[in-house]
Structure formats: structure tokens, C-alpha cells
Design a protein around this ligand. Sequence first.
Ligand code: NAD
Length: 255
Amino acid sequence: MFTLTISQRIDEVVTLFRHSRYPIAFTGAGISTDSGIPDFRSGNSGLWQNVDPMVVASIYGFRRDPQAFYNWVRPLTKTTIEAEPNAAHYALAHLEQRQCLHAVITQNIDMLHTRAGTQQIYELHGHMREATCISCFAVYDNRPLMDQFMQDGRVPLCPACGGIMKPNVILFGEQLPMTQLQGAQNAARQCDLMVVIGSSLEVAPAGDLPVYAKRNGAKLVMINLESTHVDSMAEVVIHARAAEILPEIVRRLEK
Ligand code: NAD
């Protein structure tokens, strides 16, 4: 069977962009691995090893034992604070500036898309920008709380009431933020091209959006190191690093 080279597949993606009226991107943890933030499923990150995610990274686990949650999340917090956007984040921001991309839907909490300059973003799993007190619901800038936590390792407490602070990230068992979910669903319904980057698509309901877009007539492009269950529905599948492929798509689009 004739198999296209990666370069030929990139050309196909460029053609899809050229014919698209409403292209969007859907990203997961894989877009940020080249910024030094491990994804959750690639074997050696250690994040999921020796823990039960449904316990430690769930809202029930958080309420039962917040210190265990904070102990687990400490290495991820450190790498997220230190991380910089990579060429893939900048390529998407550039495409938006050139009006070649309408929105980014992300499952990431690392804020690297906004730091790269993306404006229209739906952060389905929340973000690390702010934290909320689980007792009085006061919202604070998360950065000073995280800086203090990185120094002393103690659960951050609410400056107002002394309650436990929770970063505004969505844990297992929590609802997705409604405005973000509705915005993402609208974009997925309107788009005629969705480029899926660095996601295993294993976490529902976010991971269902590419199939939803496809059912509404969109074309799908998959840029991921590994296969996903959605590859067979996609017009183009590229198994390679996002930080290599996305800048090349931009370069060829601008030729
Ligand atoms: P995942 O870990 O399930 O899957 C990541 C996928 O990206 C894998 O299929 C992997 O092969 C691929 N990948 C890894 N490096 C890549 C690269 N350089 N280029 C292209 N593909 C690459 O991630 P997910 O589907 O986003 O689900 C994980 C959940 O964990 C999400 O809910 C997310 O919120 C959260 N998470 C977020 C971060 C972050 O904010 N950076 C990091 C880890 C986990």
C-alpha cells in the first residue's frame, strides 16, 4: 500500500488549512512535553506511578487528604512554574494572529498557550492562575500561594478564613467549567477543521470533542506521538513531535 511521507502529510494539512473556513486546535499534555512538563500516560514520567489517580487526583481525595494531593502535585507544580512555551504553542498563537486559527481548546492546566499569545482559548480542565478556598470560596492569585508551597511544602491556606486553598484545576469527580465547556462545544460544532495535538483522548468528556466535531462535518488532523482511537476517522495522521510539525505547517502556509 502507498504510504505518504511525513512531508507529504504536512502538505495535506496545509491544503486543509487553505480550504478551511473555521479551523481550530484541540490540545493535550503532549503539546507541552517539549516544554519539560511530563504528560500523564507516557510511561516514565512517574506522575501516575505508585498512586491511584482516582484517589489522589480526585475531589474526594483532595477533601479527605489535601496534603497527599499537594505532595503528589509538587513536582508538576515546580516544572509548570519553570516551563516556557515551546515552538508548538508559538505556532498556534501565530496562526491565530494571521487569522488562520479561530480557537484553541485545551485540556492543559499549564497556561502555556496564553503565555505564547493565544487569545481565544477554552481551558476545559481549568488552570493554575488562581486558587479558590474550599470553605469561603474566595479566589486568589495562585502564584504567591504556589511559591510559598514550593518553599515549605504545606497545604496553602486561605488568607481570609484559614480554609484550604485548591488550585482552579479540575480534579476527577468535578464538573468541567460550564462557560469553557459550552464555548468549546460551540467551537467544535462550528469548525470545519480540527487539528488534534498531543492528546490520548482518553479523558472524557473533553476527549470526545474531536468525534463530536467529526460528526458535525469537520475534518480531523491528528498530530501525536502515538496512535489514538480517533486516528481511523482522521483525514491526516502524523505521528511525530508537535514542536517539529506545527512550525513546519506555519512555514509552508506562509510560502
Ligand atoms: P495524555 O498524557 O493522556 O496523552 C498525551 C499524548 O501526547 C500521548 O498520546 C503522547 O503520545 C502524546 N505526546 C507526548 N509528547 C508529544 C509530543 N512532543 N508531540 C506530540 N504528541 C506527544 O494527555 P491528555 O490526553 O491531555 O490527558 C491528560 C490529562 O492530564 C488532561 O486532562 C490534562 O488536563 C492533564 N495534564 C495536563 C498537563 C499540562 O497541563 N501540561 C500535563 C499532564 C497532564
